[in-house]
Design a protein around this ligand. Structure first.
Ligand code: NAD
Length: 362
């Protein structure tokens, strides 16, 4: 099969980790006989330097005309003093909105070989954790009506509005049910239905939709309890679906229980199969250009791309297995190294993963 991928390396360690990911894409293309056509474009600080804006029109057009987009990271000290709308990070919001991506999928996985990296006790982590947080990305309080007003007795006030429509909840819930069907068929919908009207609507819609997915075991949890349960007993979760704001907080909490920012990929999806795939970490200017960055989050983002945009589950699994094998053999980049492990650089880690895929690994 043939697929077109727009690659946006971005700034800092972005180009370094993307280089390894591109190699992996080429390799699996050859091995599985798929044609991955790749074209690069600018986003973030490098786009500001070249065109004065973080998301040039041409970049967005190229992404729209692709089957998937792979992004490294954006940002750096150089652009930190620019006004908000021309900061590198504005390019990220622009591309998500421009591509109509309303769902963010963030797996939080603790691989057995890395369980020491988790801040949780070994008896809680056991043999590893594998949670998928599905966050609504374009609705709720971050996009609702907001403003300032004068109150009668309490002076100046400010407000933000949490609003969700049936259609908005339905489309994110559907995606979450579909995701659960591809995993362990367990879905936890997180809301605050004991207090918020928008959460009561959220819950009604999710329950109604569950009739279409009888195989999925659906449960509900209030967000305050979910925040506690994630550290008390994370193994109870498979897929979590929640609103934009609750998802913002819970997905970061879930990431942190893995203890390794350089390991975590993400996917942002919308209508159809076009998706944006990126590591959750930033541009790490403190280690940029030093061959120290962990490329695994970006390589696992490629694995998500194969699965969610291209439906190539076998290729996705090959990439994941290659990563797990390298970890099990004791190789680590500096960020995940521990006593007795073999520390390697960005390029070497990429090569070890590629060797697993070609079968050249020892
Ligand atoms: P960061 O994620 O870049 O770095 C946090 C820490 O984690 C640093 O010590 C860094 O060295 C380390 N780290 C991150 N990724 C790593 C990797 N792959 N391998 C090894 N170590 C890694 O977050 P920050 O320092 O808060 O932000 C730096 C810049 O990145 C800022 O300009 C910020 O705005 C931007 N940022 C971009 C994105 C994105 O592109 N999606 C996300 C977050 C932050």
């Amino acid at each position: 099969m043939k697929f077109k991928i727009t690659v946006l390396p971005g700034d800092g360690i972005g180009p370094e980790v993307i280089e390894q990911a591109i190699d992996v894409i080429k390799l699996v293309g050859e091995k599985y006989d798929h044609e991955f056509e790749m074209q690069e474009a600018l986003i973030g600080g490098c786009a500001i330097d070249a065109h004065g804006v973080p998301l040039p029109e041409q970049t967005l057009e190229m992404c729209k005309n692709s089957d998937a987009v792979l992004l490294g990271a954006v940002g750096g000290f150089k652009w930190d003093t620019l006004p908000g709308h021309i900061r590198p990070e504005a390019g990220l919001l622009g591309i998500r909105a421009g591509l109509g991506l309303y769902a963010n999928l963030r797996p939080a996985i603790i691989y057995s070989a890395l369980k020491d990296a988790s801040p949780l006790r070994p008896d809680i982590v056991k043999d590893g954790i594998d949670i998928m947080v599905v966050r609504e990305l374009t609705g709720g309080m971050y996009f609702g009506d907001r403003g300032r007003l004068q109150t009668e007795n309490m002076g100046e006030a400010a407000y933000d509005t949490e609003q969700y429509s049936v259609l908005e909840v339905e489309r994110i819930a559907r995606l979450a049910f579909e995701t659960a069907m591809k995993r362990n068929k367990k879905l936890m919908s997180v809301d605050k239905a004991n207090v918020l009207e928008s959460s009561r609507l959220w819950r009604e819609v999710v329950i109604k939709l569950s009739a279409e997915y009888p195989e999925v075991e659906l449960s509900h949890m209030y967000v305050d309890n979910a925040a506690m349960q994630l550290v008390r007993n994370p193994m109870q979760f498979d897929v979590i679906v929640t609103t934009n704001m609750f998802g913002d907080i819970l997905s970061d909490e879930a990431s942190m229980i893995t203890g390794s920012i350089g390991m975590l990929p993400s996917a942002s999806l919308g209508k159809g199969t076009l998706g944006l795939y990126e590591p959750i970490h930033g541009s790490a200017p403190d280690i940029a250009g030093q061959n120290k960055a962990n490329p695994i989050a970006t390589i696992l983002s490629v694995s998500m791309m194969m699965k969610y945009s291209f439906g190539l589950d076998d290729v996705a699994k090959e990439i994941e297995d290659a990563v797990v094998n390298v970890l099990n053999k004791g190789y680590r980049t500096g960020d995940i190294a521990s006593e007795g492990t073999k520390v390697v650089g960005t390029k070497e880690m990429g090569q070890l993963i590629k060797d697993e895929i070609t079968g050249a690994a020892k």
